[in-house]
Design a protein around this ligand. Structure first.
Ligand SMILES: *Cc1c(COP(=O)(O)O)cnc(C)c1O
Length: 361
């Protein structure tokens, strides 16, 4: 007996997608690390990525990395979100590589690494215009002058993150800017930066077009592996699956009801006043997922005759008129998810997660 709602995670599709992305990047000398954060560090997902050829696993949260380690996964772990000053020891304890942009944090990490007799690897992030994280380019040399002095910290390279916050596209210009910054750092301090981490899933088109500067040798990839899409236009990436994750929910009510509300209207449960078109009576069904579990805008019924009308915290309302009475109480309805909806589903403890299609752990 299925207990709804639940999410199926097709591990063979994730492994397949990983292989496709790793093969593309490998052709251009780019190493791929697998980003599990949207799955809250799901161990089977990480294993599928590793089988598919990523060299390490990156996540933004300590809890997720701990979960992966507790599950027995042995690989290089990268902390994607900057370490908090209050968590430098945890960072050094739990992860092998972290991304950084603040000297005070690096100083703390240096001390923590010394106490543990460890060498901690660091990628210094540079902000090339997307305005989320990173040192501003003009400040990089003075920053590096201090950073390279810190004992037990190995600056393995530079990185940048684009597209995530402001939607700035990676292109030949900003990637070349990263290359030039690395050259300047190398010449100024007479050192070698091994890693130039240029992109996330938004950079695949640039790579495939053969326009990525060849010095860029590192990519941090989540969405393209998990949902099979590049992230500038959310186009399906050739040779990958878009449906590794499917949400399954159950019909709780099915009735013929008006399409427009009856009565005097004020705010709904979320402070909005949605508009409804009066189309007479329609076949309305309620299923047992809501805003607590999904991002409604990123949730799409597999049966294209079904149209989502709206949601409250625990109910999703669907117009099933075009399905001609196919769906009854107790039936299953399945959905594909975008990144935002997947994040919500993975974070919701009310949705059970079921890995399928994988090899036994
Ligand atoms: C989330 C994240 C990524 C992965 O992004 P995708 O679009 O899922 O590939 C890469 N780098 C950083 C710094 C991130 O925070």
């Amino acid at each position: 007996m299925n207990c709804y709602p639940y999410l199926t995670i097709d591990l063979s599709k994730i492994e397949h997608n990983t292989r496709a992305i790793v093969a593309l990047c490998g052709k251009y000398g780019i190493e791929v690390i697998g980003v599990t954060k949207v799955t809250c560090g799901h161990p089977e997902v990480a294993r599928a990525m590793l089988r598919g050829g990523v060299t390490s696993i990156a996540d933004s949260r300590f809890e997720n990395i701990q979960r992966l380690k507790d599950a027995g996964i042995q690989t290089t772990f990268v902390l994607l979100r900057f370490p908090p000053l209050s968590g430098v020891d945890k960072t050094v304890e739990l992860t092998d590589i972290s991304l950084n942009s603040e000297l005070s944090v690096l100083e703390g990490m240096s001390k923590a690494a010394a106490q543990r007799n460890k060498l901690h690897d660091v990628i210094i992030m540079v902000d090339l215009g997307d305005l989320r994280e990173g040192v501003m380019p003009d400040d990089l040399i003075p920053f590096m002058r201090e950073a390279i002095k810190l004992p037990n910290i190995n600056i393995m390279g530079l990185g940048t993150n684009l597209a995530c916050f402001s939607g700035v596209e990676p292109n030949e210009d900003n990637m070349q800017q990263l290359v030039e910054l690395a050259k300047t750092v190398e010449a100024t301090f007479n050192l070698k930066l091994d890693t130039l981490s240029g992109i996330n899933s938004s950079g695949l088109e640039l790579i495939a077009a053969g326009r990525m500067p060849r010095q860029i040798n590192h990519a941090r990839i989540g969405e393209a592996i998990l949902l099979g899409r590049e992230t500038l236009h959310r186009r399906p990436w050739p040779g990958t699956f878009q449906d590794a994750f499917i949400l399954h929910a159950e019909v709780l009510e099915q009735k013929l009801k008006p399409s427009a509300p009856v009565g005097i209207r004020s705010e709904d449960a979320f402070g909005k006043q949605p508009a409804f078109e009066d189309r007479g009576k329609i076949d309305r069904i309620l299923v047992n997922v809501g805003r607590e579990d999904i991002d409604v805008d990123g949730t799409t019924p597999l049966d294209s005759r079904l149209k989502i009308l709206g949601a409250s915290s625990g109910y999703l309302a669907i117009d099933a008129t075009d399905s001609k009475g196919q769906y009854k109480v107790g039936d299953e309805i399945s959905f594909t998810l975008n990144y935002s909806a997947l994040l919500r589903v993975m974070t919701s403890e009310y949705v059970k997660k079921r890995a399928i299609g994988g090899k036994p752990a």
